[in-house]
Design a protein around this ligand. Structure first.
Ligand SMILES: Cc1cc2nc3c(=O)[nH]c(=O)nc-3n(C[C@H](O)[C@H](O)[C@H](O)COP(=O)(O)O)c2cc1C
Length: 187
């Protein structure tokens, strides 16, 4: 049995919905239990008892949400001191409203979180481009969906919008069964 923890911050529900999709995918893998927690409620024990941790953040002011950053800077930094997350499987996802054709901030949001995961000694799961749903909600760093159009009007989010997130969860779940309990970085 492996445990996948999905941690997210959300004000308006889109990132929370994506967290649920990741959990649905991870939980569909036989032998995997998926648990979803808001960043503010996540304790050290939630993370140390998990084989994989997936972090989700909306793009805020071009980068990650402060509640996710606070979790890294408080709870995770203590775990870094103990090398307690070494070798666990890690992954990320984001949502962004954007403005203009390209939006802005989703990639930096994911890269900021991934930099923290690498610092914590975690093994990163990418989102390969042949993942079903990638064309609607994917970046190679992880699932990402636009929740607003080029003029910042809300976009309708369909079930298909979350397909890449569900499949990211499947990938994380499968990897957590293989890697999550190894002690490759122990000394
Ligand atoms: C304070 C704030 C700052 C934001 N900054 C950005 C941004 O820099 N880039 C972007 O793409 N969207 C930005 N957005 C839009 C959100 O990323 C987007 O609406 C997101 O899907 C909200 O997620 P939620 O529904 O989980 O709260 C911002 C929203 C808020 C509230």
């Amino acid at each position: 049995m492996a445990k996948v923890l999905i941690v997210y911050a959300s004000d308006y529900g889109s990132t929370k919905r994506m967290a649920a999709a990741v959990a649905q995918g991870a939980g569909s893998v036989e032998g995997v239990e998926a648990v979803v927690k808001a960043a503010e409620e996540t304790m050290a024990e939630d993370m140390t008892s998990s084989d994989a941790i997936v972090f989700g953040s909306p793009a805020h002011m071009g980068s990650l949400d402060w509640r996710v950053k606070k979790l890294f800077d408080t709870v995770c930094s203590g775990l870094w001191m103990k090398s307690a997350l070494n070798g666990k499987v890690g992954a990320v996802f984001t949502t962004g409203g954007g403005f203009g054709l390209s939006g802005g901030g989703a990639e930096l949001t994911m890269l900021s979180m991934l930099a923290n995961l690498v610092e914590l000694g975690m093994i990163i799961v990418p989102l390969p481009k042949n993942t079903p749903g990638y064309e609607l909600g994917g970046l190679h760093w992880g699932p990402n969906i636009r929740t607003m159009d080029n003029t910042a009007q809300p976009l309708p989010l369909t079930e298909e919008s979350f397909e890449s997130a569900r499949n990211h969860g499947v990938h994380v779940g499968r990897l957590s069964l293989v890697l999550g309990k190894t002690a490759i970085f122990d000394h």
